[in-house]
Each structure stands twice: as structure tokens, then as C-alpha cells.
Design a protein around this ligand. Structure first.
Ligand code: FMN
Length: 418
């Protein structure tokens, strides 16, 4: 970690971008106000961020702010130091990625025609010649975005391999896409693709069971752990499908997602996927409701006439057992959440479970403890494998836990890191 005081947020959220040098090119759009946040979110995942501003961007956002945000000097003009070569030339210290965010219609047009008359366009020209990946996030009024030549220019950029992160059309504007989407796209682009030849099916979140049309049985799972796992497998190149129960949390833009509600819907979706594609890995991180009402009432139960209500519950089908039946060869990761146990007891139960179930790996965690399990941002888990070997992953963000878990799965699948 750097000793630069301004870089104290480096890798506080994740390590995905450690040792990555990213040049953030900012052009003259009001969305330049999002640039400090983009820079800092990339830094929070470990990146060293260098900023280049066009003269029009300098009128909208101050170079001092961007220097503060990144802890690095800001390029606002090219000098005898040939900053464009330093950042994007063909030499070992060059950037790993050039991100133009926001990208104006003007800059997009210039890139499309190989014109470079601002520090931003010169850096991009140099990067394209050096084979450095370039990603752009357009932002402009919708009237500009409708101009056929602007759209043509965007197509042209795509045709030469530039990644374009489509804007969102809101309030008559083609607004720059959310920072979280930009960060996901950067992380995905720069990740080592060791799982490229694998398909992964991930379940996440709670399921709900209907007592009547307005009342449900569910649990407090947020889906965060499963989404973190799907994000990790996807960024490492695995074709990933996420089947997720009702949840509010944001899902990465590039992951194929199937939304379900009941445990039966989740099972149906899992079966459908397994029957239609050749999945190598199944990760069952969903907190599937264990019981459902034997009868789900078609009309709302009236409390006035029902002073006491007895609901008969029946067990829901075990998804993992179905998965094993359909795909005998698939690698199955199961999750086990337990309440009020010691670590030793939790591990012992997971070992027992592993011997009785079809899983190849069990990820066990406590629930009902602050900072781990359901609805929490962090987790602490024990991974138990078929040889009953136990690996403890101490408390970390769910993204970090996912990274360790998928490293473990990759190792079990015999994936080589290089
Ligand atoms: C307040 C303000 C906001 C602007 N917002 C945008 C914008 O969102 N998108 C865009 O393409 N141009 C926008 N422009 C126009 C550009 O700044 C102008 O085309 C400029 O020449 C772009 O130069 P650059 O691409 O080198 O940064 C804006 C101009 C001003 C003054």
C-alpha cells in the first residue's frame, strides 16, 4: 500500500485492481462532476488512477479536485515530458486501461477520425496504437445523442475494439452510466480470465412462500453473497447465470439474471438451465425457504373470523439433490447457515452434511451474529471439502469472500493460474 496520504482509501473495498494503473480521461460534460467518485471507487479496489483533463473539462471541474481525489498529478496540457507517451506509450510503465468518462460527442468524433488535439484525444490515440484497452462512457443531451453521425462514430469506436458503456436515457439526456456499472466493467476487463471455459449457475437471495395473496414466509437473506459470487465468476470469464429470489440489491449489468419468487420457481429455473446448457459448476448460495404452507389460500385470510390460525407446513424440495440427479458430473458448492453454534460445532455439522449430501464443497457461516451471514456487508466462512479439510476465511467483504471461495473452486477444478 502507498504512503501517499491521499491514497489512504486504496483497496479498502476490494483487491481486484491492485497493481493496475488506470488513466481516467475526463472531457467537457457536466457528468465530469462524477469523475472524482469514479476515480475513488476504482482506487477502493486497488487501482492507481491518473487523470487527464481536456481544456473543456477544466472549465467544469478543477484539476486540484482530481489531484486530491487520486493523489497523483493531473495532466491538463502536454509538455516536454510527453505525458501521453508516459501514460499510454508502448513501454512497461504504461497504463493497463484508458477510461474516458464522461466522453463528449466531440471527443468521440475525434477518436473515430484519429484526430488528437487535446491531452485526452492524444492519450487515446497513443493508447490505441499501443494496444492498451480503451473504454468510454458517453454523456450528452439526448438531442446530441440522436445525431446520426454521433451514433455512427460510436459504432466506429466499437468496431475497432473500444468498449462503449451505453448511457441511460433520463430526463431528455443520455446520462453517463452509474459509477458502479463503470467499475464493474473495468474490473471485468482487467481480470485474469482463468474460468473462461466454464459455465457457472449461481442461486442467491431468499425465496418466499405464500400463505395467502398478501402474506408470505421468507427469511432475511439479502442475496449479497450470491451476487458477489456471480460477479466473481463472471469477471474471471465464466459464462454465469444468476437465479435470484426477491431482493433489492443491485445486480451487475452483464450477468444473465433470472428472477424467481417461490422455492418451486427457483427449482424450475435451475432445472431449466441445467437441461438447456452444459454447466460445470453449481453454487447454491440461495437461502431457500425450508418449509412452505401445504395449502396457499387463494383469498386473504380474514383475521376477524380467525382468532387462531394453524398453518400446516411441508418441506420444500432440496435443490442440490435435483442438481446432482440432472448433472451427475457437475461440481456443487452448498451453503450452510447455522445459528448459535461454536465454530467447532458449525464445522462438525458441515462435515456431517457433506457426507450425507451431493455437494462437493460446503461453505458454512453463522447467522444471527453481527457482521456475518444474512443481510450483512461482510461475512466469515469455513469451507469444507470432500476430504473434510477445513479452510477458514476470516471476516471480509462478501466480494473478498467470493474471491477466496472461487479461488478454492478453481483449484479443485484443476484450473491453472497461468
Ligand atoms: C456546462 C456544459 C456542459 C456540457 N455538457 C456536455 C455533455 O454532457 N456532452 C457533450 O458532448 N458536450 C457537452 N458540452 C459541450 C462540450 O463541452 C464541448 O463540445 C467541448 O468542445 C468538448 O470538448 P472536449 O471533448 O475536448 O472536452 C457541455 C458544455 C458546457 C459548457
Amino acid at each position: 500500500m502507498s504512503h501517499n496520504l491521499l491514497k489512504d482509501i486504496t483497496a479498502t473495498v476490494g483487491k481486484e485492481l491492485i497493481d493496475k494503473r488506470i488513466t481516467l480521461c475526463v472531457t467537457g460534460s457536466v457528468a465530469a462532476s462524477q469523475a472524482p467518485e469514479i476515480a475513488r471507487e476504482l482506487m477502493r479496489r486497488g487501482a492507481d488512477v491518473h487523470v487527464v483533463l481536456s481544456p473543456a473539462a477544466c472549465k467544469l471541474i478543477s484539476p486540484a479536485l482530481m489531484e486530491w481525489a487520486t493523489g497523483n498529478p493531473v495532466v491538463k496540457e502536454l509538455t516536454g515530458r510527453v505525458e501521453h507517451v508516459e501514460l499510454a506509450g508502448d513501454w512497461p510503465g504504461r497504463s493497463d486501461l484508458i477510461l474516458v468518462a464522461p466522453a463528449t460527442a466531440n471527443t468521440i468524433g475525434k477518436i473515430a477520425y484519429g484526430i488528437d488535439d487535446t491531452p485526452v484525444t492524444t492519450v487515446v490515440t497513443t493508447a490505441l496504437g499501443s494496444g492498451i484497452p480503451v473504454m468510454i462512457a458517453p454523456a450528452m443531451h439526448q438531442s446530441m445523442y440522436r445525431h446520426p453521425i454521433v451514433l455512427d462514430n460510436i459504432r466506429k469506436l466499437r468496431s475497432i475494439g473500444i468498449d462503449v458503456l451505453d448511457p441511460e436515457i433520463v430526463e431528455g439526456k443520455a446520462k453517463i452510466i452509474k459509477t458502479s456499472v463503470i467499475v464493474d466493467a473495468v474490473v471485468q476487463k482487467l481480470s485474469f480470465k482463468d474460468l473462461e471455459s466454464f459455465r457457472c449457475l449461481v442461486t442467491a437471495g431468499p425465496t418466499v412462500e405464500h400463505i395467502d395473496p398478501v402474506r408470505i414466509i421468507t427469511n432475511r437473506s439479502s442475496g449479497r453473497m450470491g451476487v458477489a459470487i456471480a460477479r466473481e465468476t463472471s469477471r474471471r470469464g465464466a459464462e454465469t447465470t444468476l437465479i435470484i429470489g426477491p431482493t433489492e440489491i443491485e445486480i451487475p449489468f452483464n450477468i444473465k439474471t433470472i428472477r424467481v419468487d417461490t422455492s418451486q420457481n427457483m427449482l424450475d429455473a435451475v432445472e431449466n438451465e441445467l437441461n438447456s446448457k452444459d454447466y460445470k459448476v453449481f453454487i447454491g448460495s440461495a437461502a431457500v425457504t425450508d418449509y412452505r404452507p401445504a395449502v396457499s389460500q387463494k383469498v386473504k385470510i380474514q383475521t376477524r373470523n380467525t382468532p387462531k390460525l394453524v398453518i400446516e407446513l411441508q418441506a420444500t424440495p432440496k435443490i442440490i439433490e435435483r442438481v446432482r440427479k440432472i448433472r451427475p458430473e457437475i461440481f456443487i458448492v452448498a451453503f450452510k447457515a447455522e445459528y448459535g453454534l461454536t465454530d467447532t460445532e458449525l464445522v462438525r455439522r458441515s462435515q456431517e452434511y457433506l457426507q450425507q449430501s451431493s455437494a462437493d464443497l460446503v461453505v458454512a457461516n453463522h447467522v444471527g451474529v453481527d457482521g456475518v451471514g444474512f443481510a450483512s456487508e461482510t461475512n466469515e466462512v469455513f469451507i469444507v471439502d470432500r476430504d473434510l479439510k477445513v479452510t477458514h476465511i476470516s471476516r471480509a467483504s462478501k466480494g473478498e469472500i467470493a474471491r477466496h471461495l472461487i479461488d478454492y473452486v478453481a483449484m479443485k477444478l484443476g484450473v491453472k493460474r497461468d
